[in-house]
Design a protein around this ligand. Structure first.
Ligand code: AMP
Length: 181
């Protein structure tokens, strides 16, 4: 990716100090989504390695992964699989607990959303500790999906999430990095 694109994406992301709690620098992508060129270029860049290789489904993590993943799925002519917080999906689900900074939560996917051996990519806005994406990858793998990659606009490399996902055999693609939490 060329440096001018990386620069454009970094500029388009707003940082909010101390949200949702002290010590966190919240990387807000609503400003990226709000800028037509930045949004378009971020999606193009997420899609590009996976065009033409037979991706059948794009899984997105609630909620920002829905916006990015929906656009990526459209561009790949793939289906979309929502991975949601527990209790939100109406049909039969599979559920997994995942670790948050403090404590655990659970996420779900419809049991019939992916078929064994289907080629799937996972999309979210940001990877920090990797706990959220790890839960999502495990759910997809439990259902027999071939998780080809996990893709994020933002990496917080200091928190080590990339290694957690790579240890599940899934390559990680990120577009920009920010230091710290
Ligand atoms: P983690 O499970 O630690 O990798 O956290 C990733 C999830 O939490 C993603 O869904 C992000 O949207 C959100 N998240 C974590 N840290 C931040 C941050 N500093 N700024 C914005 N979103 C964050």
């Amino acid at each position: 990716m060329d440096t001018s694109l990386r620069e454009q994406l970094i500029q388009s992301i707003r940082t909010i100090e101390g949200y949702p709690k002290p010590g966190i620098q919240f990387r807000d992508i609503t400003t990226l989504l709000n800028q037509p060129k930045a949004f378009r270029r971020a999606i193009d860049e997420l899609v590009h390695p996976y065009a033409g290789i037979g991706i059948e489904q794009v899984a997105g993590i609630e909620a920002r992964g829905f916006i990015l993943g929906g656009a990526v799925a459209h561009q790949l002519s793939a289906g979309f699989v929502p991975i949601r917080k527990k209790g939100k999906l109406p049909h039969e689900t599979v559920r997994i607990a995942y670790s948050l900074e403090y404590g655990i939560d659970e996420m779900e996917m419809h049991r019939d959303a992916v078929k064994p051996k289907q080629k799937v990519i996972l999309v979210d806005d940001l990877i920090a500790t990797g706990g959220t994406a790890e839960g999502a990858v495990k759910l997809l793998q439990q259902m027999g999906a071939d998780v080809v990659a996990a893709c994020f606009v933002i990496d917080l490399p200091d928190l080590g999430g990339r290694r957690k996902i790579e240890s599940l055999g899934v390559p990680v693609r990120t577009l920009v990095e920010f230091e710290g939490h």
